[in-house]
Design a protein around this ligand. Structure first.
Ligand code: ADP
Length: 793
């Protein structure tokens, strides 16, 4: 559309797509009272005609863009149903004059005579329109505006738009039904409402502002946009948005102000609700103890995040981050040395479109934070919400707990060390006592003479055995805790182990007068285990059963097989165990309290040791009891030997070492031929052992330190040396090789007799050339057995 003049005179729209013809028509129109507007696109004509409120349309040429068809389309528009149409054709040929005139308010001109006919025919048509009242109708502002309104709302699809025309000359307002309703007026009486009535509806606070906008728009011929409140019939206030424009007479005075109004109450309440939400959100964010920020990420050309700018932060964020007034500033500006990992977290969140969290610390402020980052906005948005949660207190607690746990572990380790040292230290005096007791063992004649002496000796011997047993258990617990126990597994059968275990607890069974029932499966169950440790396990369980069963009780030992598992149980009809103590009894130093306040022997380490030894054998143990006073059953499960076919009968005959024994001595016939040198800085222990061995017929010599040993050894040329490892001037490991260098002692048998009994101790002794090993306090039976063996070699 092209506007060819400017002003308040009526406009005529020329529809022509040929430039030279258009120029001709426009030239002719210059001498008329009409302002010309041209349009070269037929489809745009109806819209342009309505929008520009044209006074007439000149349609050039039938069959081209203008013509009868276009005339019909214009007439179909309610706003154009009376607008004068002037058809302009080259000749009459092909022009359907009848169809054109049927459209009403029409004239037809031929191009050849145009320069003579255009101006007068246009004037005549205008006069005719005016004479028939059509002109008035056409220029009736309400009628015209409502027509536009209908078309416009049809286009926009809105319903609640009110339309009115304020006639400035008559000071009246004509309203369409929607506007009438908005004003609370009766629709029938809304055609000439006094303008003051309408002005009176404007909220007093908005009045002056509204009038000022109209005055300015009218003076400047601009569209006025007003946002104000109108009183509703109910006495409330309605928010409206109005747009108006002005029409002027030929002298430039404003005559009409058509306007459209939209009820904005809903819009306003939505805005209010939004504002309230916004305020609530701000309040929440501000009151949060967590730091909160919204940042806009800044990407490099390669897509990596290289910086970010703070769009929003709360107070806590500034406090926690230590960044002052960050909003609007970039992080690299605030912290030029910021670590790359910050950007990595943002990149990760941006890539995944999801939440990312990590812990970080601020070393300068000595605080820990959980930093959460989550993208906000559209997918792929580079805007992120950042939450800083101060977890310093939690981290401190965790650190305290860790330190506490480490201290506990350390305390436990020191306790274990202490027990190990104590037990170790007790071994030497016990060895002396044991040897002394052996020496004092009454003969049959003594017993006949004074029975009480024999009974006292037996009691002392038994109690000593008890103490040695406890100390052995404590040392074993310490070794297990330090991972110092290594099993010497071999193929064994349960029955053989049981014999040895029963043998060691027989005195206790006898004292308590218990009966033991055996129910052992046939063939006996073979498994791969350390025979010494298995004997220890079974003896411990039978020992407990005997201890915790009143006099004359009944014990039962059963074995059976479950698939690939060898099972055995030790039951008794004793004091039983409460179900809530089933687990506790396996813990170190736990002794279940009894109502009968009966006190019994024991430190509460036996079952701990049993369970740990069984676990070392890949097995498990559990206890069941029908309740206190009804006895209990300990059941052990161990993996059956992988290849059970490998002769159980072979292993039946295998010798089983016995842990400790005070059985009587067997003196070898060749004892007299052996010279024994005992090296021990514990003089009592050395002397008592010497006494006993001398009584058995050995030639025994003593030395208390390394230097003395070397002198005595070269003098007496011993066959066997019992060597303590911890000597005052040198260790037994150093002494052993020097002994061998003495003339004639290259093949001397050196036996370590020491409290150091772990596998590593034994290996070290072996490396130093020590032949055999006995752990203190070694039983005399074991020492004699070894000497016998050596003598018969
Ligand atoms: P203790 O040296 O006290 O016997 P244990 O570790 O061998 O230590 O046993 C721990 C506790 O378990 C015992 O003090 C006892 O209360 C309970 N207990 C063990 N065996 C039996 C049993 N056969 N009958 C009843 N109570 C038992």
């Amino acid at each position: 559309m092209t506007r060819h003049s400017n002003g308040v005179q009526p406009t005529v729209l020329v529809v022509e797509d040929d430039p030279s013809r258009l120029a001709e028509v426009l030239g002719l129109l210059e001498s008329t009272n009409f302002h010309a507007l041209s349009c070269t696109d037929g489809n745009a004509v109806p819209v342009v005609a309505v929008e520009e409120r044209v006074a007439a349309v000149i349609l050039c040429g039938d069959g081209m863009i203008g013509g009868v068809a276009l005339g019909r389309r214009l007439r179909a528009m309610s706003a154009l149903k009376n607008v004068p149409l002037l058809f302009l054709t080259d000749t009459n040929a092909g022009f359907d004059v009848g169809a054109a005139y049927a459209l009403g308010t029409v004239d037809h001109l031929e191009r050849a005579h145009l320069k003579y006919t255009l101006a007068p025919r246009l004037a005549r048509l205008a006069a005719h329109v005016q004479a028939n009242g059509d002109h008035q109708k056409w220029f009736n502002p309400l009628d015209r505006s409502l027509g536009e309104y209908g078309d416009t709302t049809g286009l926009l699809g809105f319903g609640d738009i009110g339309l009115a025309v304020f006639d400035l000359r008559t000071e009246t307002v004509a309203c369409d039904p929607v506007m009438a309703r908005m004003y609370g007026l009766d629709v029938d009486q809304a055609q000439a409402v006094p303008a003051d009535t309408i002005r009176g509806l404007v909220h007093p606070d908005d009045y002056e502002r509204t009038m000022a906008i109209y005055d300015r728009a009218s003076a400047e011929n601009r569209i006025a946009e007003v946002d104000n409140r109108l009183r509703t019939p109910e006495g409330g206030w309605r928010h409206v948005l109005a747009r108006s424009w002005f029409e002027y007479d030929t002298h430039g005075a404003p005559v009409r102000m058509p306007y459209i109004t939209i009820d904005a109450t809903l819009l306003r309440s939505t805005e209010n609700a939004y504002r309230q939400t916004e305020q609530r959100y701000r309040k929440l964010i501000e009151s949060m103890e967590d730091g909160f920020a919204i940042v806009d990420l800044i990407e490099a050309d390669d897509g990596h995040i290289v910086d970010y700018r703070f769009a929003e932060t709360n107070r806590a964020f500034e406090q926690q981050s230590g960044l002052r007034n960050p909003v609007g500033r970039r992080i690299r500006e605030l912290l030029p040395d910021i670590k790359a990992r910050w950007f990595e977290q943002f990149e990760q969140a941006a890539r995944s479109g999801g939440f990312s969290r990590r812990s970080t610390n601020n070393p300068t402020r000595n605080r820990w934070f959980d930093v959460s980052v989550t993208p906000i906005g559209e997918p792929g948005s580079l805007q992120m919400a950042v939450l800083l949660h101060d977890v310093t207190a939690r981290k401190n607690n965790e650190r305290d707990l860790e330190r506490f746990a480490a201290e506990m572990v350390e305390a436990d380790r020191r306790k274990t060390d202490f027990l190990a040292t104590l037990s170790h230290e007790l071994r030497n005096p016990l060895a002396s006592i044991r040897n002394g007791l052996e020496l004092l063992q009454p003969t049959e004649d003594d017993a006949k003479e004074d029975n009480s002496r024999a009974a006292t000796w037996a009691m002392m011997n038994r109690q000593l055995g008890q103490i040695v047993h406890l100390i052995d258990d404590l040392l074993d617990i310490a070794r297990i805790s330090r991972d110092q126990i290594s099993l010497r597994r071999e193929r064994i059968v349960f029955n053989a182990i049981l014999d040895h275990a029963l043998e060691s607890v027989q005195p206790l069974l006898d004292t308590h007068n218990h009966v033991v029932d055996l129910d052992l499966c046939d063939p006996p169950l073979p498994f791969d285990a350390d025979p010494m440790r298995m004997t220890q396990i079974i003896a411990n369980l039978i020992d407990n059963a005997a201890k915790y069963t009143p006099q004359g009780g009944r014990l039962a030992i059963r074995t059976w097989r479950e698939d690939h598992t060898a099972c055995f149980s030790v039951s008794d009809n004793g004091i039983g165990i409460d179900a809530e103590d089933f687990e506790r009894v396996f813990e170190s130093f736990v002794r279940v309290k009894r109502d009968d306040s009966s006190s019994r022997d024991g430190l509460g380490v036996g079952l701990t040791l049993v369970r740990r030894l069984i676990e070392l054998h890949d097995g498990c143990i559990e206890v069941q009891s029908p309740g206190v006073g009804h006895g209990c059953t300990f059941t052990v499960r161990l993996p059956l030997a992988q290849d059970p076919a490998k002769g159980a009968e072979d292993v039946d005959a295998a010798p089983i070492p016995i842990p400790s024994d005070t059985t009587a001595a067997h003196t070898s016939a060749t004892a007299q031929t052996l010279r024994v040198l005992i090296v021990d800085d514990n003089v009592d222990a050395g002397k008592t052992l010497a006494f006993v061995l001398r009584r058995s017929g050995y030639a025994v010599h003593l030395a208390e330190n390394g230097a003395q040993t070397l002198i005595v050894a070269s003098e007496v040329q011993p066959d066997v040396v019992f060597l303590d490892i911890g000597l005052p001037d040198m260790s037994g490991y150093d002494l052993a090789p020097r002994l061998r260098k003495i003339d004639g002692l290259q093949n001397v048998i050196i036996v370590a007799l020491t409290g150091y009994g772990s596998a590593t101790d034994r290996e070290r002794a072996h490396a130093a050339g020590i032949d055999r090993h006995l752990t203190k306090p070694a039983s005399l039976a074991a020492i004699r057995e070894m000497l016998n063996e050596i003598a018969t070699q």
